[in-house]
Design a protein around this ligand. Structure first.
Ligand SMILES: Cc1cc2nc3c(=O)[nH]c(=O)nc-3n(C[C@H](O)[C@H](O)[C@H](O)COP(=O)(O)O)c2cc1C
Length: 314
């Protein structure tokens, strides 16, 4: 193959390529553009004649404070290739995302040219943006959904709202309210042993076990957070609240979910806290909940697999 033919073939290839191919002169002052292929002209709206002799940085317009620009600057100073994603502006002023790859070309041990490929990834980037927005919207929808997808219990958002309503009703009608909070004991070693999926299954079983104890349709059981389940009932069936709260712990243990690394039992257990009270105007629901959480912590500290009834209650 003659040199001329080779050059013609290379030129045809560069003309046919969909990505922008660009070359800057490394030896000339401020590294002027010496070549751009038609794809780059199309991408930017500038003709080769309008580009040659200038530095590519003018494509950044006033949008110069981009991390990608500093990355290019550093890579060029160190004489190494780089790949960045940066905002550039077409001749008509519209912005596009330019995925730029730069490579030095050496002659006799000195960099004499910089060769680049430029891809307009605007569409792809927009798609990613849309995907991210959808994921965010989905996460928000999930957080405010009435049900917790994993356990099938009510969601925390639902619980908070329902409890506020119930609290006001109890105040108005001078009714009493029983509140419960449970946490799975020693969940970390279970997670370490069996992994996330099995732990989710375990949580579902525990949730359903606890839910089974609250039989009235007005009772509300919800996933309070990762491993905690909260419930409230206007008045629990079956006697005093402490017996009921302890009964729930027994129920969970009776599920016989094997937990080989629990220091307190062969099976999964829960700790619980309960309070039975008649709301009055001097009480704050937030404080009642905080005190319930403290009692739960105490039940855990006391060794777990037990329920503490909050003395703040009546
Ligand atoms: C071959 C080559 C192609 C380049 N292509 C672009 C480009 O398409 N868009 C861009 O914003 N910068 C491009 N640059 C980077 C700028 O020319 C410049 O190096 C960068 O803005 C950092 O240097 P500065 O701080 O002097 O502006 C290219 C650089 C080289 C060497």
């Amino acid at each position: 193959m003659t040199r001329r033919l080779k050059n013609s073939l290379l030129e045809a290839a560069l003309h046919g390529i969909r990505d922008g191919v660009i070359v800057a002169n490394a030896r000339a002052r401020d590294m002027p553009i010496v070549y751009v292929n038609p794809a780059f002209e199309q991408m930017t709206g500038y003709t080769e004649a309008e580009l040659v002799g200038r530095n590519f940085r003018f494509l950044q317009g006033d949008d110069r404070r981009q991390r990608a620009v500093s990355e290019i600057r550093e890579a060029i100073a160190e004489g190494r290739g780089c790949e960045v994603l940066l905002r550039n502006y077409r001749k008509d002023g519209s912005m596009f995302w330019n995925q730029l790859r730069l490579q030095p070309f050496e002659e006799k041990g000195r960099i004499s040219w910089w060769i680049g490929t430029a891809t307009d990834v605007g569409a792809l980037h927009d798609l990613k943006d849309k995907l991210r927005n959808r994921q965010r919207a989905l996460a928000e929808a999930r957080a405010s959904a009435p049900d917790d997808r994993l356990t099938g219990l009510r969601s925390r958002v639902f619980f908070d709202e329902a409890l506020k309503r119930e609290w006001s009703l109890c105040l108005r009608e001078s009714r009493s309210l029983d509140l419960f909070l449970y946490a799975i004991d020693h969940v970390e070693p279970y997670l370490d042993t069996f992994g996330r999926r099995a732990t989710d299954v375990c949580l579902r079983q525990v949730a359903s076990g606890i839910r089974g104890a609250f039989r009235r349709s007005s009772d509300v059981c919800a996933r309070f957070d990762d491993w905690r389940i909260a419930c409230f009932a206007s008045r629990v069936d079956g006697g005093p609240v402490d017996e009921f709260a302890a009964g729930v712990c027994e129920r969970v243990k009776a599920l016989c979910i094997h937990h080989p690394h629990s220091p307190i039992s062969r099976f999964i257990t829960v700790s619980g806290a309960a309070v039975s009270l008649s709301p009055d105007a001097s009480m704050s629901l937030t404080e009642v909940l905080a005190s319930l959480e403290e009692s739960l912590e105490q039940a855990v500290i006391d060794g777990g697999d037990r329920a503490i009834v909050d003395a703040g209650g009546s």
